[in-house]
Design a protein around this ligand. Structure first.
Ligand SMILES: Nc1ncnc2c1ncn2[C@@H]1O[C@H](COP(=O)(O)OP(=O)(O)O)[C@@H](O)[C@H]1O
Ligand SMILES: [Mg+2]
Length: 388
């Protein structure tokens, strides 16, 4: 079997049935508008779950629109609106009565839409919403806030018109705030707009995801945040022992010793992306049975070849004092604030504050009271190699 560094669905998706059940049992209800917010660190498998949700809901005849903020390039609100419009029309195309011929819109391109709308028997209001969005996307209109409300309203109007339940999935939702209008960032006003429209949705449920706990909290989870009470929060965790065993069985088709399994669990931190990377490497080895030493070999190989590319990314998210804390944790193998402060020659209260920001960024997690661990042990191993 091949290994995947991009999202997986179907057969390739290990475990996650519990999460899928919880999400799907609500989203399939034709009259429920309850949505979800998925949080979990990068590479834990959020997008994979969302894509699987999309597939399964579509089998039930539900219209699903999936859009990722991280795939919005250039990262402007204009691009986001244009993409969302395209995906919306694409998602609904099979639901329209034939006489509306909306599916032709895609083939015709945006230019033909205005003309076509005139010939179609569409209520004026509704036609106007499409026409406005189209003319905005074509650059004939410039009111960006009107275009934003318009596209979000249009989605629910299409759902009502076609008598379908719709699920709108926005992956990496908090990054909406970082999209630009001209050279300026949008700020949180767009999130408020979406919240207000979402409150009035009749046939549409919203599902969002976010990789950073603190930004997700700001936009969705705190009682002062816009989506509090509108969305059910679901935390996506790393894979557990049983799932990791399943991964080995399914992907590797090799045996693994008990020690080997323990090492794999520890070194990968149960992060699916790490398992895919390690799996690819382990697959190249001659050994039929994977043990601790095969895993060390595989990790060495990966870190040497591509560790810098991967983990410089992590470093870019951190301030120099935060980097000092994680380096100390990795090199001196310490987990308590006091030990870190001693080993790193830093002040205890400074270390405590930095551990909090590292927690917010998802770089470390709490093991027990006063004990911190790396969310991603591959990062720890890399730091060790780079700085010991
Ligand atoms: N349940 C799973 N089983 C197997 N591989 C997975 C699973 N979930 C994620 N992956 C793999 O992990 C990587 C990250 O997954 P992705 O869904 O993109 O995570 P996220 O969106 O949280 O960053 C991808 O390489 C994907 O193939
Ligand atoms: Mg993702």
């Amino acid at each position: 079997m091949s290994f995947y560094l991009t999202p997986v669905t179907g057969e390739l998706l290990i475990n996650r049935e519990k999460e899928l059940d919880q999400i799907l049992s609500e989203l399939v209800k034709k009259n429920s508008r309850i949505g979800f917010s998925l949080t979990g660190v990068r590479r834990i498998g959020k997008t994979s779950i969302l894509k699987e949700v999309k597939k399964r809901l579509e089998k039930e005849g539900i219209v699903v629109i999936y859009i990722s903020i991280w795939n919005t390039t250039p990262d402007t609100l204009e691009t986001f609106i244009a993409n969302l419009f395209d995906y919306t029309i694409e998602a609904f195309k099979d639901k329209f009565p034939l006489k509306m011929k909306i599916s032709n819109l895609i083939k015709m391109g945006r230019d033909g839409i205005n003309d076509l709308l005139k010939h179609l028997n569409i209520s004026i209001d509704f036609g106007n919403e499409i026409a406005y969005t189209v003319s905005y996307v074509k650059g004939e209109e410039s009111d960006i806030s009107k275009a934003t409300s318009n596209i979000f309203n249009l989605i629910d109007r299409l759902a009502e018109k076609t008598k379908t339940k719709c699920v709108l999935i926005i992956d990496e939702f908090p990054s909406l705030i970082e999209l630009k209008i001209g050279k300026k960032m949008i700020g949180s006003s767009i999130i408020k707009t979406i919240r207000t429209i979402n409150e009035d949705y009749k046939k549409t449920a919203l599902v969002i995801s976010g990789s950073f706990m603190h930004t997700m909290q700001e936009v969705a989870l705190l009682s002062s945040a816009p989506f509090y009470k509108q969305l059910v929060n679901l935390e996506i965790d790393s894979l557990e022992e049983k799932a990791i065993q399943d991964f080995v069985k399914k992907y590797l088709k090799k045996k693994i010793s008990k020690n080997g399994l323990d090492t794999l669990i520890e070194k990968s931190s149960g992060i699916p992306y790490n398992l895919q990377m390690l799996g690819r490497e382990l697959n190249k080895l001659k050994e039929d049975i994977i043990d601790t030493s095969s895993i060390s070999k595989a990790i060495d190989e990966i870190l040497q070849r591509e560790g810098d590319i991967h983990f410089k990314d992590y470093l870019n998210m951190m301030q120099s004092t935060e980097i000092k804390v994680v380096k100390t944790m990795a090199v001196s193998d310490v987990i308590g604030p006091k030990e870190i402060a001693d080993a790193g020659n830093m002040k205890l209260n400074e270390v405590t504050a930095l551990l909090q920001t590292l927690l917010d960024k998802g770089i470390v997690s709490k093991k027990e009271r006063g004990q911190y661990q790396f969310t991603d042990n591959m990062f720890k191993t890399w730091l060790n190699r780079a700085y010991s």
